[in-house]
Ligand binder design. Structure first.
Ligand SMILES: O=P(O)(O)O[C@H]1O[C@H](CO)[C@@H](O)[C@H]1O
Ligand SMILES: O=c1cc[nH]c(=O)[nH]1
Length: 235
């Protein structure tokens, strides 16, 4: 057991999907994995291990934001030796040609989190996706006929932000595709510990147009993203 994960050693696979929403973890386990068991209920942050196409694989909720995902990724790596970590998250679109329900592969992330500046003494570390995972996810999605977007995302410390539109428009001008809250932490910790990481994100809402999906859809659908992540994990 680690501080926040109640699994025994060996109960978590070396490849894992990481949704922010623990109920999305439950949905993935119940609808995509076989021979599943729940290894974690601590804080309601469900974690499951099962098989996908015969390969053992886990799925673990991470909660929202850099501090929360950092706790889970640190413990998954340091206490359970997880090697391949794929976030399956949602994001808000800030480009006009990025549509609700599009799937984004985050090649890198920009952030307003201070977490790396504290570590690197004020230097801006540039977190990056693992290239092999990114390439495999792109190929898998393309084979499925998906129009995947690849590019940078903004990992924000705030979901609610005063005068956010101005910032989002500026980030859009600099080619940032969407806004979410965890990728910087995932990529930075993967780099620190020599692990592979990728964020696969479904656009749940459009910040410029106001179009959005329901909470239920965010919890229990987005199957294209889940399939791309599962196939990438076992490739
Ligand atoms: O749907 P998840 O994976 O939680 O991701 C996004 O949704 C949450 C905000 O609603 C943040 O965690 C953000 O990154
Ligand atoms: O962090 C997030 C996630 C989805 N949509 C947003 O606008 N922000």
């Amino acid at each position: 057991m680690s501080v926040h994960i109640g699994a025994q050693p060996g109960e978590i696979a070396d490849k894992i999907l990481l949704p922010g929403d623990p109920l999305r973890a439950k949905y993935i386990a119940e609808n995509f994995l076989e021979d599943v068991h729940c290894y974690n209920e601590v804080r309601g942050m469900y974690g499951y291990t099962g098989t996908y196409k015969g390969e053992t694989l886990s799925v673990q909720g991470t909660g929202m934001g850099v501090p929360s995902i950092s706790i889970y990724v640190n413990e998954l790596i340091q206490s359970y030796d997880v090697k391949k970590l794929i976030r399956v998250g949602t994001c808000g679109a800030i480009q006009e040609d990025v549509k609700v329900r599009d799937v984004i592969l985050a090649s890198t992330s920009t952030t307003d989190s201070q977490i790396n500046r504290m570590v690197f003494g004020g230097i801006d570390f540039a977190p990056a996706a693992d290239f092999e995972l990114l390439k495999n996810a792109y190929e898998t999605g393309s084979e499925k006929g998906l129009h995947l977007r690849v590019g940078s995302v903004f990992t924000s410390d705030s979901f609610y932000r005063d005068n956010g539109l101005e910032l989002f428009k500026q980030l859009a001008q600099y080619k940032v595709l969407g806004v979410e809250m965890e990728t910087t932490a995932l990529y930075t910790l993967a780099a620190k510990f020599g692990r592979q990481a990728l964020s696969v994100l479904t656009v749940s809402d459009h910040i410029l147009t106001g179009e959005e999906t329901s909470a239920e859809e965010r919890q229990t659908t987005f199957n294209e993203m889940i399939e791309v992540a599962l196939e990438t994990a076992i490739k």
